[in-house]
Design a protein around this ligand. Structure first.
Ligand SMILES: Cc1cc2nc3c(=O)[nH]c(=O)nc-3n(C[C@H](O)[C@H](O)[C@H](O)COP(=O)(O)OP(=O)(O)OC[C@H]3O[C@@H](n4cnc5c(N)ncnc54)[C@H](O)[C@@H]3O)c2cc1C
Length: 323
């Protein structure tokens, strides 16, 4: 029987989360190289039918539909995944390193005894076992970790680590799971969903980011940059001091304690390039830095650098754009 990589689909408010497709991109990449089938496990409520969105992304979707599965509950998910792992013996199980995955993966690892690597930014398979890359010391170092030999390996992936655009054109079989008992009484109970506003913009998927740092000097200057971003079709992101000062909400922050981003173009304005910041932009192929200090570390990771007052550059760009 062909080995499998099992991806745990994550959904919220009746839609699949982008990170599910990132996991499927990783499963596809590893599966293609190793001859492993990419299988997605979707647990959903009776009224939901999210499986259609997974067509083309994996070879098989295992769907379990039941009352109580419309919202995440770690105890229920764990019971179901343990049963599926027992029946199917996947080579690898992929989780997202989101609050779902953080709640689920370690607990599953303890109860199943399978080794786990959390918060990975990339994974390869070498000599039949996974080698995962994780950031350590607050993002200062990338460490390659191997897992002890096992029948199944558990991996959680940091959101924003894989680029996803279109489905892979795979023929996807939808298989309904039957006869799996769902725990009726759980210690954890879902109360309500409170939107923190984090969904307003998603910098982790933006193709073009204009990112601001402490170098903008004062809050009032933000409007000027916002206007430029709008005209250039970019989203605004920022370094941590901008969030600490309450000039922008937390979901704009890039870095180890913010988001990992992978835009095609990342324009850093008045950002020094501390390692906690640049750890979040490693996936971006084109970094343009504007900083008036030619020794600023951001220039070490930038493909294009401008040593200048950022407002001169912002003004020149606006002038070039005209009208
Ligand atoms: C545990 C921990 C986690 C952290 N996580 C993050 C994180 O996720 N993301 C993050 O960003 N930081 C994070 N930090 C903070 C990080 O260490 C830096 O302090 C921060 O990134 C600096 O932000 P900055 O580059 O905007 O500011 P600064 O380091 O103050 O740099 C401002 C830059 O602007 C330039 N400048 C000033 N005026 C102008 C001008 N007019 N034109 C052009 N250039 C100008 C200056 O030359 C300078 O290089 C973390 C720190 C810790 C301890």
């Amino acid at each position: 029987m062909k080995g499998t990589i099992l991806t745990i689909a994550e959904h919220r408010q009746n839609s699949l989360r982008e990170v599910t497709f990132e996991l499927l991109a990783l499963a596809h990449e590893l599966g293609k190289a190793q001859g492993l089938e990419s299988v997605c496990l979707l647990l959903e409520g009776e009224e939901q039918s999210l499986e259609g969105e997974l067509k083309g992304w994996c070879e098989r979707v295992l769907v379990l539909k039941a009352k109580g599965l419309e919202v995440f509950n770690q105890e229920i998910w764990q019971a179901v995944i343990l049963k599926v792992m027992g029946d199917r013996r996947p080579f690898m199980v992929l989780f997202s390193h989101t609050p779902w995955g953080m709640d689920l993966a370690p607990s599953l690892s303890v109860s199943s005894g399978y080794p786990l690597a959390t918060d990975c930014v990339s994974v390869v398979i070498r000599d039949g076992t996974p080698l995962a890359t994780r950031q350590i010391y607050g993002g200062k170092l990338f460490a390659e970790v191997s897992l002890r030999p096992s029948g199944t390996y558990l991996i959680s992936l940091r959101p924003g680590s894989m680029r996803v655009e279109n489905p892979f054109g795979l023929v996807t079989q939808i298989e309904s799971l039957m006869g799996i008992e769902i725990p009726q009484k759980t210690k954890k109970v879902f109360k309500e969903f409170v939107d923190t506003g984090a969904g307003e913009i998603d910098i982790s998927q933006a193709p073009f980011l204009i990112s601001i740092g402490r170098g903008i000097g004062e809050r009032e200057k933000l409007e000027e940059i916002k206007e430029l971003a709008e005209r250039m079709g970019a989203l605004i992101s920022c370094s941590r001091p901008i969030v600490d000062k309450n000039w922008l909400p937390k979901y704009h922050q890039v870095g180890t304690s913010g988001k990992t981003v992978k835009p095609k173009v990342y324009m850093a304005l008045g950002i020094s390039g501390a390692f906690q910041h640049v750890a979040g932009i490693k996936g971006s192929p084109t970094v343009i830095a504007v900083n008036k200090d030619k020794k600023a570390p951001i220039f070490r990771v930038a493909q294009y650098g401008v040593v200048e007052d950022l407002f001169k550059i912002v003004g020149a760009l606006k002038e070039t754009l005209g009208g």
